[in-house]
Design a protein. Structure first.
Length: 718
């Protein structure tokens, strides 16, 4: 494929030809003539010239290019055009015997209806217009499609596709250079030298710093947490200007980061200077945010583990002491019976106790019962103190490395965090009496306050636990994070919002006055309430009735006719036995879904569809690339080739686009209507144990992370 070509041959045909399966609605949309159109068309005296001129106008509108002499016009379009002119389609055969006639008619249509041929001024204007989209994406097909739609809208006759591709390619290249420049323009000479150092192998560690930064974080424990913080501090010490991120689109940043993650240091070192530094800056800034999120997630898991282990220890202790506890209960039951009998017989209580066991044994049993007894509320918090040292292995670094910010409800927790940080820095042990305590929940109170003083261990554990909960709820944010960033960062800047408000241009499809909006919604709600009430009162609400003043909804009853299952089995047995990859190839020939699996860096299509489809199949059945390579019969289908395709061609967005392509194809099949209108889906799921509790599983293709992979297959109803 030439350097400046962005489309495949099939894609070029899609943009320049009228679709074979064009719908009647689209024909009406594109090819209905208005009064001005008919005036120009009817200016021709002969029938075939009027019909030919009308066809030329149709092609100028959609697909937006010039009709070529001798080009066949779809019968459905020709019939619709002829019906508007009250002529027969067969007259079109006589049109444009001379190409001069076609060109004369084309020139008149351009002059009267305002269609222009591509010129240098149009080229520059379209390039400037496309820059905004090119900043957001570098997908060639998206840029070409946007260009063609804009040319159709502004009545610019689409030139040769090579010209359109060249325009999109050059605009994309300029947008890329501006994107790279936005990331690198504030780099100092020292920073550039440090960035180049990321690609140099450290002799002692036998790896480059870039490879070190790309290593997976591992399971959540203090040791791995500190490793993450070391990497985070390493990036922070480079003093990269993160304000440049405000000038670039996040999608481009993520794509460049992926290249930094997947490309070898040697390959990055061979890039030109601008692109090399931009790739490294994007990788470092995005990875820094990932490190923050990973560290906070580890803290969340370690706090949870702290509580779970304490609770498990309580349960184990209770189970271990079960026999002794049962013996004590039976003993005190016997003592209770003796005391009851003594009182009824007016006997001596002490003698009654000694009738069961000696007084010395009774004292020993009371002491043993005190050791066996758990807190009155059977809580396990009294066991947390034993695990305090585990938190101290990483929490001082947590508090010193990250900047936490809070909304008003969590302001006291931020004060407590700052207090603990100050105690850590000054090596003081005792919590001052005026420490913030408003956030302490009743469950913690009796542990935090011990004999009128604040217990340092429980106070710190309480603060860290509340920090976890507030991070989950969003009441506390972390500077530099993506997942735990301040809610205000998701909103429009105040100045932009004010401009939209002043101009009454808020881009939402509802009224922006709250009083009016809530009134409308209330009216609609009460209207629906009244409607449902009337239907209930007359027993006209299907499957719903009132019994004993309770709302009863009937379960869904299967409407599958008798014999349908047997009939389905008979049909299934008629299907031939084929390989799954062969089936995928056939589906791809119908839908073309593989065109969306493009190379992350170059945007090219995969050259070997068998390798691509085998990799997709390994994801789909959760087999994995190693076992898939072992299962494939061809020696060329190795793990290395599958892994390379998986790294460079398969991503979440490529899956989403390919799935959309298949679903769109489904909707065009008449038989799909028997499964409904496509507004509902049938979903099921299975749970598979993926690995042991100490294994780190960084990524599942089906967007599930953790020790257990949950595979959920969602089948569209149509």
């Amino acid at each position: 494929m030439a350097t400046r070509e962005l489309l495949s041959d099939i894609q070029r045909i899609q943009f320049t030809q009228i679709p074979i399966d064009i719908t009647d609605r689209d024909i009406v949309r594109y090819y209905t003539f208005n009064t001005d159109d008919l005036k120009v068309i009817n200016s021709r005296r002969r029938v075939h010239n009027r019909l030919g001129m009308a066809v030329q106008l149709c092609y100028l509108r959609f697909p937006g290019r010039v009709w070529e002499l001798g080009e066949k016009v779809p019968n459905s379009i020709l019939s619709y055009v002829a019906s508007q002119l009250s002529v027969k389609p067969k007259f079109f055969k006589k049109y444009a015997v001379r190409d001069t006639t076609r060109r004369e008619h084309l020139a008149e249509l351009q002059k009267v209806l305002g269609y222009d041929s591509m010129s240098i001024s149009h080229y520059k204007r379209l390039s400037k217009w496309l820059m905004k989209l090119a900043f957001n994406t570098d997908k060639g097909i998206a840029l070409v499609e946007a260009l063609i739609e804009e040319m159709r809208r502004t009545k610019i006759i689409i030139p040769a596709m090579s010209t359109v591709e060249r325009l999109a390619w050059e605009t994309r290249r300029r947008a890329q250079n501006q994107f790279y420049l936005s990331l690198t323009q504030r780099l100092t000479t020292i920073q550039k030298k440090e960035l180049d150092g990321l690609l140099v192998i450290n002799v002692e560690k036998n790896r480059t710093p870039l490879v070190w930064l790309r290593q997976p974080p591992g399971v959540a424990n203090p040791k791995n947490f500190l490793k993450i913080l070391d990497k985070f501090e390493f990036i922070r010490d480079l003093n990269l200007d993160s304000s440049c991120l405000a000038k670039v689109h996040h999608n481009r940043l993520v794509q460049l980061t992926r290249i930094g993650v997947k490309t070898t240091p040697a390959h990055i070192a061979r890039l030109d200077e601008l692109r090399r530094y931009a790739t490294l800056v994007a990788f470092l800034l995005e990875t820094s945010a990932i490190f923050v999120d990973t560290a906070i997630s580890m803290h969340d898991k370690m706090i949870g583990k702290l509580f779970r282990r304490s609770e498990n220890q309580r349960n184990q202790n209770f189970q271990h002491d079960g026999k002794a506890i049962n013996e004590k209960v039976r003993l005190y039951a016997d003592i209770g019976d003796a005391l009851i009998n003594a009182r009824e017989g007016e006997g001596d209580a002490y003698a009654a106790i000694e009738s069961v066991l000696s007084w010395d044994d009774f004292l020993k049993s009371v002491e043993e019962a005190g050791k066996l007894a758990r807190p009155a509320d059977f809580d396990y918090f009294d066991l947390l103190d034993r695990r305090y040292s585990q938190l101290r292995r990483y929490t001082p670094t947590l508090l010193s490395a990250f900047e936490f910010k809070a909304s008003n409800p969590a302001a006291a927790i931020i004060e407590a965090l700052n207090l603990i940080k100050e105690l850590n820095d000054t090596n003081r042990r005792n919590i001052p009496d005026d420490a913030p305590v408003d956030f302490i929940k009743p469950r913690w109170l009796k542990y935090v306050f011990n004999n009128g003083k604040i217990d340092r261990h429980y106070y710190e554990m309480c603060v860290l636990s509340e920090l976890r909960d507030c991070l989950r709820s969003g009441d506390i944010s972390v500077a530099g994070s993506r997942q735990y960033q301040n809610f205000e960062d998701y909103l429009l800047p105040q100045d932009q919002w004010q401009i939209l408000c002043n101009n009454n241009e808020i881009p939402v499809a509802i009224t922006t006055d709250f009083t009016t909006y809530i009134k409308q919604r209330q009216e609609l709600l009460f209207e629906q309430f009244d409607k449902v009430s009337d239907l209930l009162a007359t027993d006209k609400l299907p499957g719903v009735l009132i019994e004993n003043e309770k709302l009863v909804i009937s379960p869904v009853i299967s409407n599958m006719p008798d014999g349908a299952t047997q009939f389905g089995d008979r049909i299934y047995n008629l299907l031939p036995r084929i390989k799954l990859t062969e089936l995928l190839i056939e589906v791809d020939s119908w839908t073309g879904f593989t065109k969306h699996f493009t190379h992350l860096q170059t945007g090219e299509l995969a050259s070997d569809k068998i390798i691509l489809l085998s990799t997709i199949l390994a994801d789909a059945i959760n087999l994995g690339l190693v076992k898939m390579a072992e299962a494939l019969p061809s020696p060329d289908l190795t793990f290395e080739r599958l892994a390379w395709v998986d790294d460079w061609y398969i991503r979440d967005e490529t899956y989403s686009k390919a799935l959309a392509e298949i679903i769109n194809f489904h909707t065009k099949i008449p038989f799909s209507a028997y499964w409904g209108d496509g507004k509902t889906s049938s979903s099921d799921g299975q749970r598979f144990k993926a690995a042991g509790p100490k294994t780190y599983i960084p990524h599942f293709k089906l967007k599930y992370k953790g020790i257990t992979a949950k595979i959920k297959a969602k089948n569209q109803a149509n």
